[in-house]
Design a protein around this ligand. Sequence first.
Ligand code: FE2
Length: 172
Amino acid sequence: MKTPEDWFPPDAPRLAHIQQVMRTARIVEARQEFGGRLVIAAAYHDIGYAEAFAVTGFHPVDGAVLARADGCDAGVVDAVLHHSGARGLCLRMRPDLAGRYGPTCRMMDTALSRALTFCDNRSGPNGEALTLAERIADIRWRHAGNPALLETTADYLPLFERIDAEFARLLS
Ligand SMILES: [Fe+2]
């Protein structure tokens, strides 16, 4: 398993975000059994942003390729590939990579995949713990100039809310 600390500068906001997603994943795993796989998926979900692994330049694909190469099981690989509506974003921004996803979004297909998106949606860009509403507001503000991302977020919001309702109790 890759350790995110080895692949980002120590003061990188992206690293702080990944660490917070992993922290949230550990809390969830303490209350719902994933055999440690949710923490592993959290470690890989944004590692595709690291310079060393940015092959396609679309981080969910690069992270999933890396997870598979490192021996992660198919469920972890799929969770990374589909996290937080990545397929929808891919179709809008990187149609050249659509073939990596197949015909449907699989973000909702397993508890592991939903839980990873939950942990991501509860973590801010600098490692803050956020509510889903705060996370969405932050995305809308930071990516105001990126209509593809804003449209994808709007499309997926009902699913994000369903996921949040499923797991939120585990944080209280
Ligand atoms: Fe993330």
